[in-house]
Design a protein around this ligand. Structure first.
Ligand code: IPE
Ligand code: IPE
Ligand code: MG
Length: 242
C-alpha cells in the first residue's frame, strides 16, 4: 500500500487495538491471569463482527508482543494453547463471515503446530474481503523494522536492489504489514497510555484513543463510541488547512 494513504471520510478505515487489561480483569475476580485471557479472546468476535456496520475495513489486534515472553512459563504456554484453540474454534466462522485473516510478527519462535494453524487460516480466508483481520502474534515494531532492514540489506547484497532505491516506500514493502494501509486509529484499553512497541512505523500519523475499560469488558457499543470520538478529530498530516 502507498505510504501516504490518508482516510478522507469520517470513520477510520483501519483500526488497530492494543487489547490490554486481561490480567487485571482476572485478578479483580480472584482468578488466574489466563482466565482473563480467555475472556479477552471471547471479546474479539464481537468487535470483529461490529466492523462492517461501522465502516471499518481493516482491524489489527495485538495478541502477543515480542516482550511478552518475559512472563511466566505458565502464562506463556497458556496463551500459546489459547491461540491454537482460538484458531481451531473460530476458523470456520471467520471464513463464513467473509473475514480475511492475516498474521504479523516473527513466526520463528512460535511452535510448529501453531504456525501450521496460522498458515491454514490465512489460506482458508485468502479469498475473503469483507473485513481484513490482522492478528499480531510475537510482534514488535522494532523487531519488524529490523527484520525488514535485514531483508532489504540482503536484496542489496544480492545486487537485486541499489542503495539509491532505499526510501520510506521501499522499506515499507519489506514490513509484515506491506499489504495493509496504515492505521487511522490506534485504541488501547486498560488505562495505560503507551504504545508498547506496536506498529511503530505504521502509526506515524495515527490518532490514539486510550480508554480505561479492561479489554474483556470492551463492548461493540464502546467501540462505536470510540470511533465517534475519532470522527471529530482533525487530522492535518503536518499541513495547514487552506
Ligand atoms: C493483554 O492483557 C494481553 C497480553 C499482553 C497477552 P495483559 O495480560 O497485559 O493484562 P494486564 O495488563 O496484566 O492487566
Ligand atoms: C501490550 O500489552 C501487548 C499486548 C496487548 C499483546 P503489555 O501488557 O504487554 O504492555 P506493557 O508491558 O504494559 O507495556
Ligand atoms: Mg498488560
Amino acid at each position: 500500500m502507498p505510504l501516504s494513504d490518508p482516510q478522507t471520510q469520517n470513520g477510520p478505515r483501519h483500526v488497530a487495538i492494543i487489547m490490554d487489561g486481561n490480567g487485571r480483569w482476572a485478578q479483580m475476580r480472584g482468578r488466574p491471569r489466563l482466565f482473563g485471557h480467555h475472556a479477552g479472546a471471547r471479546r474479539v468476535r464481537e468487535i470483529v463482527e461490529a466492523c462492517p456496520d461501522l465502516g471499518v475495513k481493516y482491524l489489527t489486534i495485538f495478541a502477543f508482543s515480542t516482550e511478552n515472553w518475559k512472563r511466566t512459563q505458565t502464562e506463556v504456554a497458556g496463551l500459546m494453547s489459547l491461540f491454537r484453540r482460538y484458531i481451531q474454534r473460530e476458523s470456520r466462522d471467520l471464513f463464513q463471515r467473509g473475514v480475511r485473516v492475516r498474521f504479523i510478527g516473527d513466526r520463528i519462535r512460535l511452535d510448529d503446530k501453531l504456525v501450521t494453524l496460522m498458515d491454514e487460516l490465512e489460506l482458508l480466508t485468502a479469498g475473503n474481503d469483507r473485513v481484513h483481520l490482522t492478528i499480531a502474534l510475537n510482534y514488535g515494531g522494532r523487531d519488524e523494522v529490523t527484520r525488514a532492514a535485514k531483508r532489504l540489506a540482503l536484496e542489496i547484497e544480492k545486487g537485486r536492489l541499489s542503495h539509491k532505491d532505499v526510501d520510506a516506500e521501499t522499506l515499507s514493502r519489506f514490513l509484515d504489514t506491506h499489504v495493509l494501509p496504515d492505521p487511522d486509529l490506534v485504541i488501547r484499553t486498560s488505562g495505560e497510555a503507551r504504545i508498547s512497541n506496536f506498529l511503530l512505523w505504521q502509526s506515524a500519523y495515527a490518532e490514539y484513543i486510550f480508554v480505561d475499560t479492561l479489554w474483556p469488558d470492551f463492548t461493540a457499543a464502546e467501540f462505536a463510541r470510540v470511533l465517534a470520538e475519532y470522527g471529530v478529530r482533525d487530522r492535518r498530516f503536518g499541513a495547514v488547512k487552506a
